[in-house]
Design a protein around this ligand. Structure first.
Ligand SMILES: [Fe+2]
Length: 277
């Protein structure tokens, strides 16, 4: 990655942070997102060196991948400004709302900006946080499939998706971040202590990544993070989910809110099944 990339990202960050008072939760959220962007870049670099599926990548691929990793959440800065303004105007927007879609905001910011207006970067920016069904149905994915750049665009999208999750898992484990994010802050006391909801449980049993808009309780939120295992792409990342202690940490947390040993055993079994071919 070049120094200019970091300077450009910082410009977007500073523009947003100047519009939000320092004592606002959204100010803190933007600061977190800047650190997260750098963490995802570092995690992605590690995945690239450890992943046999990426053993033959060249210098151009690495540069594009590093830009996609660093800028993947650039839309989060503007999203925070929009959410802050909505709050000031007493317009209610739930944490799960797609009204301010950071992937689409990021895509719009970068699509006319050299050196980021490249399909291999833009696909990852726009779709790193979306369900893969939605990604595959998108115009940009179809465009990638018909392009000689499509193969690399897919690899970079998968890399960003995996690095994003691993970097988040690290913060969740080391800083108990699930209890500091906006979803938790906006939950009612009742929902904070409710067990796993039926809809969310069915999604997990079907080995689906749990949909954010379906979350009701904090237990749902923890199970959603466990369900990321079904949406990891590279072997190295899947192994790290277990060997770096993320699954164990999340299961221990979940047991506090959903103390049902049968369900917890079932979750453990389903996570392990990922490694059985
Ligand atoms: Fe991210």
């Amino acid at each position: 990655m070049m120094k200019e990339d970091l300077i450009t990202l910082k410009k977007f960050y500073l523009q947003a942070v100047a519009q939000i008072p320092a004592d606002s939760f959204f100010h803190e959220s933007i600061n977190h997102k800047f650190c997260h962007s750098v963490a995802v870049w570092q995690t992605g670099r590690k995945i690239m060196t450890q992943t046999p599926e990426l053993a033959d990548i060249d210098a151009e691929f690495k540069t594009l991948a590093e830009r996609a990793l660093l800028f993947h959440d650039v839309g989060r800065f503007h999203e925070a400004v929009c959410r802050y303004r909505a709050m000031q105007q007493k317009i209610s927007v739930s944490a799960a709302s797609n009204k301010y879609d950071h992937g689409f905001i990021g895509y719009d910011l970068l699509k006319d900006l050299p050196p980021y207006n490249d399909l291999r970067i833009l696909l990852a920016i726009k779709y790193h946080g979306k369900m893969m069904e939605e990604v595959r149905a998108s115009e940009l994915w179809q465009q990638a499939e018909q392009s000689p750049l499509g193969n690399d665009a897919g690899k970079i999208l998968y890399l960003v998706r995996d690095a994003d999750k691993l970097a988040n898992l690290e913060v969740i484990k080391t800083q108990n971040h699930l209890q500091h994010d906006i979803f938790f802050k906006l939950l009612s006391d009742e929902a904070r202590h409710a067990p796993i909801s039926a809809v969310v449980w069915q999604q997990f049993l079907a080995r689906q990544t749990i949909i954010f808009t379906d979350l009701h309780s904090f237990a749902d939120r923890i199970l959603m993070v466990l369900s990321w295992i079904f949406d990891l792409n590279y072997q190295y990342t899947k192994k790290a989910f277990i060997s770096d202690g993320y699954a164990r940490f999340l299961l221990n947390e979940l047991a506090k809110y959903h103390p049902n040993n049968n369900d917890l055993d079932r979750i453990t079994l389903l996570i392990s099944s990922i490694f059985i071919k």
